[in-house]
Design a protein around this ligand. Sequence first.
Ligand SMILES: Cc1cc2nc3c(=O)[nH]c(=O)nc-3n(C[C@H](O)[C@H](O)[C@H](O)COP(=O)(O)OP(=O)(O)OC[C@H]3O[C@@H](n4cnc5c(N)ncnc54)[C@H](O)[C@@H]3O)c2cc1C
Length: 491
Amino acid sequence: MNDYDVIVIGAGNAAMAAAVSARDGGARRVLMLEKAPERLRGGNTHYSGGLFRIRYEHPKELLALVPEFEKQVPGFMRSVPAYPKQMFWADLLRVTEGRTDRDLAETLIDRSFDTIHWMHGKGVVMEASVSLSGIRVGDTIKFTPGAVIRAKGEGVGLSRMWFDIAAAHEIEVRYESAATGLIQDVDGRIAGVRVRGPQGLYDLRAGAVVLGCGGFESNPQWRAQYLGRPWDHAKVRGTQFNTGDGLRMAMEVHALAFGQWTGCHSTPINAEAPPFGDRKLTDKTNRLSYPYGILLNRRGTRFYDEGEDFQFYTYAKVGGIVLTQPGGEAYQIFDQKVVHLLEPRYKTSQPIQADTLDALIDKLELDRAQAKETVAQYNKAATNGAFDPTERDGVSTKGLALPKSNWAQKLDQPPYLAYPVTGGITFTFGGVRIDARGQVLNSAWAPIPGLFACGEMVGGIFHFNYPGGTGLVSGAVFGRIAGTSAAQAGG
Ligand SMILES: Cc1cc2nc3c(=O)[nH]c(=O)nc-3n(C[C@H](O)[C@H](O)[C@H](O)COP(=O)(O)OP(=O)(O)OC[C@H]3O[C@@H](n4cnc5c(N)ncnc54)[C@H](O)[C@@H]3O)c2cc1C
């Protein structure tokens, strides 16, 4: 006799989608195991901006999710471009350099709208993502295609709403209860979980198990092992509990490793950010307005084309680029022409400020002579053309070995600002291989009976980089699929 029909390991967005869809699919007894204590529950989902990248043929379709759009953002319908399937595909292919797994990507994109709609129907309230993806132009706010809506109350609200929804679906959640291993019957079927709870170790038997317990971003040993130096020193943007347990447990039953194990999502964050995510500050340590300024490392040189693309298509790799600079830090430099474009999140720290560029550089910890030379060369090469933050404006430097391809205005309006940044890790890309039912494959490419996975644990979708707002949607899409399949297998 099983203790539960379905056990879901983890309590973030993906695990929640799995648990709720398992209940919808007919599983009567569903348990979620959460390693964290209740006050730290919810994984990276709690720390997230709550942004959802979804496809839609016409912005009108978004009214089903946020009926009050026009009230929240006057002129909304005119300022939101369509984001059909082929645009999502083009973005995902471009940022992953063509390496995204075609089957997983098709499912992710195809089911993105429908799944977010399902979450909305369950009680996840949504709103326009003004502060994350809106750019104010005069009286209107222009949105980046695809990344327009988020959970009300961001990740904090999303996580809270999910726990309420789980309770309404009579799903049991056990806190401070880490899964430490999978129980496998002699026929290969996964038959339960070994748990380390407040009272010690015990076993639970279940008809099916869903792994939704994150990547290995919070495990310095694995970061060193798979991502290499200097990732063991990276600050973690979110939860301290995603230490690769689910991946280890899966590998112990010979799951097939899949995707980019040397890759991760990592963003530029305030250099003073704490070593793990702060429950209140959540994603506000992010510093993503670098396309409007320049980046200088400790050698006093630029090291990245800051205007390569919109921040939503570069930020998830720029953290790693910063982290691998000397000392793992850099400065973002801005002048007054763009200060109004800096994300509101910049207000959570004080910049270093001066009335001349030389005086600013004199206050920074870098090779000052080189930095002054770099800035002078940049200003000579920049053009002050028809700057437009809502388009890839092509206003680029002329003649620099390392160009700035868009938004390359001169730094010429004092006072000048410098924000020190480092690279913070968000989540890792390496995972397990799942099939169309969310079932984990073994190293002979055959499904492991009774074992499903979702969220950060699914390998193959993201490589090198990531289009903003895709992690939560991926978790929801594959969580929902895994939960439905687990209910069929274990109910
Ligand atoms: C600061 C920040 C901002 C972000 N902003 C966005 C955004 O706006 N939009 C977006 O799409 N993505 C965003 N992301 C990424 C997104 O949060 C993640 O992709 C997503 O939350 C992952 O969901 P998940 O359920 O797979 O993992 P998580 O939400 O991390 O949940 C993992 C769960 O597993 C638990 N766990 C771990 N090990 C065990 C174990 N052994 N036993 C039991 N439980 C265990 C953890 O405690 C946790 O509850 C952001 C991430 C961060 C950190």
